[in-house]
Design a protein around this ligand. Sequence first.
Ligand SMILES: [Zn+2]
Length: 298
Amino acid sequence: MTFREGARINPGRVSVGGGGRGPKMAIGGGIGGLVIVVLALVLGVDPGSLGIGGVDGGSASQSTASGTLEGCETGADANNNIDCRIAFTAESLDQVWAGQLPTAGLNYVQPDVVLFNGGVDTGGCGSASSDVGPFYCPADSTAYFDSTFFNLLETQYGSSGGPLAQEYVVAHEFGHHLQNLIGDPRRNARGAGAESASVRTELQADCFAGIWAYYADKTPAPGTNEPMLNPLTDRDIADALSAAASVGDDHIQQQSSGRVNPDSWTHGSSAQRQQWFTTGYRTGQISSCDTFAAPDLG
Ligand SMILES: [Zn+2]
């Protein structure tokens, strides 16, 4: 129950793709996958690489962003429903980063947030299927979430199922949006490996997620003197760390092939992801998240 029961959000904060939560419309896997690959080459944008963990594009389907989320009015709704939880987490992230990003000399601009089911046409990164996992598209400044992923996070990746496990995923994708606003060119470097720029980019997004957790239960919602979140407990933080570990490259490799190969890492190991979330959570300082300068990533 991370959200205060009476917390409120702007009901239009997130959009729902595909005209609602209906069944997906498959259009043929190869084409959608190809679109993503081509756009990645052209734009330097790769939904998979800016996602939460090692999931690759597969079969594609598409839908068009339309509509708003209904029935998500209070924190009680967010505590009961995953789509509402994503929307409330997005609004909490907006509040925290509107306060914190100016400490780095920058103004915060909200990303768009789209919930989709099955597949989605992005505004700048081609079409994506659920197989890509949650991702952020810099070209349209939008974070995309298929809420069915949050079930996989628990059943397939092995995360604990607490709310902060899911909220960490949302906060991670917002971390990529912050990188976009900050504009450090190192976030666009390609390549793989335990010390690669890709891994450093992902670990920085984890660190930013930790900063959100630090402030989320301390930042009053606009017009009130109460934060949207209840005080975070040790259990909540354990859930976030469990999620971070579950999408570590070594954990995913071990699960899928039984072998761990650091040379192909793009997101970092379970231990690294936990460490950088913790760094952000302990310090609350953007400057503590300079993974690009860190001599040792953990
Ligand atoms: Zn990421």
